[in-house]
Design a protein around this ligand. Structure first.
Ligand code: NAD
Length: 319
């Protein structure tokens, strides 16, 4: 089995690699060749969450699990709040084939999912990118979004405004003007990414103009919420996986409120394989509920392992 430590991932896997790997996974899911196993997620107390995301991709030959979670006290210790490790197995024999650091891969695969949704669903002429959130994931989201549209400006809001300058520095690196704005000004954005750990809606339907594409990426657990349910009622809703979207994603609230029917949510993979047209008009609101599926983790971890083997990197051990 090959161990690919966290420290090697940045050298091995680029945002482009993650985009390709996640796109292939979503397409395999839509073709019925890959599926996620039920998620296990447990609250450990003091806001800590721990769990397992796993699945099988027959077309990619991937079987495995990501173990990890969210530990909000970590930032004060100088380590990131998300901690995870991916384990890959041979789907034929069940033998472990790799153990891969999952921290950076999680950020890359999450940003890739959001960027795939923007690539496929946002208007081609989108100019202003809005971001709600400014934590660890937000910078990755900004970088990935900037790869798929020619944005001219970034506007951002965060409950904790002192975190916004760090996001502004990434926008500056990308050559994009950046402005911290009140939530009401999100109505100027053509694309809005939400990436917070909020327990209640911040982004209201009135904050979103017709024709906007939203990538709601922060809600990945029961009880989290970023958007007003009426916004999902108004939008054409897509998801990485419909079952997760309804049970633990942003759609959990709109479905419970009777404002959205689960059958009206389309897997993003359907757009990738041409089974759904995606955006149908320039004034339609499209919304991607990115809950984060285990197969995304397996796809980027398998890519890291392939590249590490090609370059003679990582540590081989017998188990
Ligand atoms: P982080 O701890 O670095 O940042 C948290 C963000 O949420 C900050 O912007 C913070 O200001 C904001 N926030 C905290 N409490 C809030 C509240 N009560 N109301 C509004 N905003 C609040 O976390 P991160 O690593 O950037 O992750 C952000 C979210 O994305 C988390 O909920 C995480 O679980 C989720 N996430 C989802 C996926 C996925 O695949 N969908 C993957 C990774 C992370």
């Amino acid at each position: 089995m090959l161990i690919v430590p966290e420290a090697l991932i940045a050298e091995l896997v680029s945002p482009e690699d993650a985009f390709q790997a996640v796109e292939a996974t979503f397409a395999a899911m839509a073709r019925g060749e890959a599926y996620n196993f039920p998620v296990v997620r447990e609250a450990l107390g003091e806001g800590r969450q721990y769990g397992f995301k796993s699945g099988l991709d027959r077309s990619g030959g991937q079987l495995g699990v990501k173990a990890g979670g969210y530990f909000p006290g970590n930032a004060a210790k100088g380590i990131i709040n998300h901690q995870s490790t991916v384990f890959l197995f041979d789907p034929e024999t069940g033998r472990p084939t790799a153990m891969v650091g999952g921290g950076l891969l999680t950020a890359l695969r999450t940003a890739a999912a959001s960027a795939i949704s923007i690539d496929r669903l946002a208007r081609r002429d989108a100019k202003i990118l809005g971001i709600v959130g400014a934590g660890h994931q937000a910078g990755f989201q900004l970088r990935a979004a900037a790869r798929v549209r020619r944005f001219e400006k970034v506007i951002a809001w965060n409950l904790h405004p002192e975190m916004l300058p760090k996001l502004g520095a990434i926008a500056a690196e990308l050559g994009l003007p950046f402005e911290a704005v009140p939530l009401g000004r999100m109505v100027e954005a053509d694309v809005i990414i939400t990436i917070t750990s909020s327990p209640a809606a911040s982004l209201m339907s009135a904050h979103v103009a017709d024709g906007t594409h939203l990538a709601c990426m922060g809600t990945d657990t029961v009880g989290k919420q970023e958007a007003e349910p009426a916004l999902l009622g108004r939008a054409c809703v897509f998801a990485d996986e419909v079952a997760q979207s309804v049970s633990l994603g942003e759609a959990q609230h709109a479905v419970a409120a009777g404002l959205l029917d689960a059958t009206a949510i389309t897997p993003l993979g359907d757009v990738l394989i041409g089974a759904h047209p995606g955006r149908r008009s320039s004034d339609e609101v499209t919304l991607f509920d990115g809950t984060g599926v285990g197969l995304q983790d397996l796809a980027v971890a398998a890519m890291a392992v392939r590249l590490a083997r090609e370059r003679g990197m990582g540590v081989e051990v017998q188990v």
